[in-house]
Design a protein around this ligand. Structure first.
Ligand code: SAM
Ligand code: SF4
Length: 329
């Protein structure tokens, strides 16, 4: 049974950022010149990461998602996946990736024991894709997504951050993808964290509005029951569609009352909440010989420190100072 936090929320999900480095520079996530990266010696080694995840899984955090920066730019990522997949009690091991390197990694990752991937994709237009990601190639990401489907890393969900004036004119085209076999999509409101602050100022397209535009063009959405360990998306299907369409609205309808997660940064900080500055250092105790019980006590501390929620809907900015690229979304 997972631990309950102070507000009786079961905490069963850990997001692990394996690196803060990235091969793209998405405008709402990283500045063009990049951010000062965490020095290599501070980054948790794979043995350290695996040990932390073992402790977490034993406490009931049985859903683990690897993220970044871009997780596939970290050397030896397939070995890490293999080590994590062998942890007894781990129910779900997934990854969020920008898809640029997925074409060659999909099959080895599946073989190593990864269950599924989410691929980030905000547009279907090559020029716009390059403008948003600054360094990306749409074709490569599409090939990467297909390779993930072929490798069985399914369901492959596509994450689309919607920004008014950037890509909101493609909402219907993107939603239409769910009529194709194997396409599942999640629209996400842009959050005012780091670089996102600028884009969110006038750019938040509320999920209710996105939904209304989709329904007007493509028909009424039917709610879909979500499985266990499901994320914060409200999930639907269009009439006749094979795939699902979800809406994640961190800004306009926050879902903090269902929050089930902790986050681990690549330098070993455990974050009780994406929007808070509170961080519990695991790296120092790990390197000073902490026992599993000591690590478990630090996880318990993080669970107790989870706040009731954030205040973005009331226009109160988050206090968090870490860039999205080091938290991992
Ligand atoms: N590099 C990987 C990727 O892009 O999928 C994983 C890390 S990325 C930080 C994780 C997710 O956060 C991506 O889907 C990205 O689009 C999303 N993201 C980044 N900045 C955001 C922001 N300001 N608001 C909402 N989502 C954001
Ligand atoms: Fe990199 Fe992902 Fe941030 Fe884009 S959203 S810059 S791919 S970490």
């Amino acid at each position: 049974m997972p631990y309950l936090d102070t507000f009786d929320r079961p905490i069963d999900y850990l997001r692990v950022s394996v690196t803060d480095r990235c091969n793209l520079r998405c405008v709402y996530c990283m500045p063009e010149a990049g951010v000062p990266f965490i020095p290599h010696p501070h980054i948790l080694r794979y043995e350290e990461l695996t040990r932390v995840v073992q402790v977490a899984v034993a406490m009931g955090l049985a859903h683990v998602r690897l993220t970044g920066g871009e997780p596939l730019v970290r050397k030896g990522i397939v070995d890490l996946v293999q080590g994590l997949a062998a942890i007894p009690g781990l129910d779900d091991l997934s990854m969020t990736t920008n898809g640029m390197l997925l074409e060659s990694y999909a099959a080895p990752l599946a073989k190593a024991g990864l269950h599924r991937v989410n691929v980030s994709l905000d547009t279907l237009r090559q020029e716009r894709f390059q403008a948003i990601t600054r360094l990306g190639s749409l074709d490569r990401v599409l090939r990467g997504r297909q390779a993930a489907v072929d490798a069985g890393l399914t369901p492959v969900k596509v994450n689309t951050v919607v920004v008014r004036g950037m890509n909101d004119d493609e909402i219907v085209d993107l939603a239409r993808l769910t009529f194709l076999p194997g396409w599942h999509l999640r629209f996400i409101e842009v959050m005012p964290l780091g670089e996102g602050a600028h884009w969110a100022r006038d750019g938040v397209a509320p999920a209710t509005e996105i939904r209304a535009r989709v329904e007007e063009a493509l028909g009424a959405l039917t709610p879909v029951r979500k499985g266990t360990g499901a994320g914060p998306a409200r999930v639907y299907q269009l009439p006749g569609a094979e795939g699902t369409l979800g809406f994640i609205s961190p800004v306009t309808e926050h879902f903090c009352h269902t929050c089930n997660r902790l986050r681990l940064t690549s330098d070993g900080k455990l974050l009780p909440c994406l929007m808070s500055n509170r961080a519990i250092d695991l790296r120092t105790p790990l390197r000073n010989g902490a026992s599993d019980d000591d690590l478990q006590a630090l996880f318990e501390q993080a669970i107790r420190a989870k706040p009731r929620g954030h205040h973005l809907a009331e226009q109160r900015p988050p206090e968090c100072v870490l860039p999205m690229s080091s938290i991992g979304g």
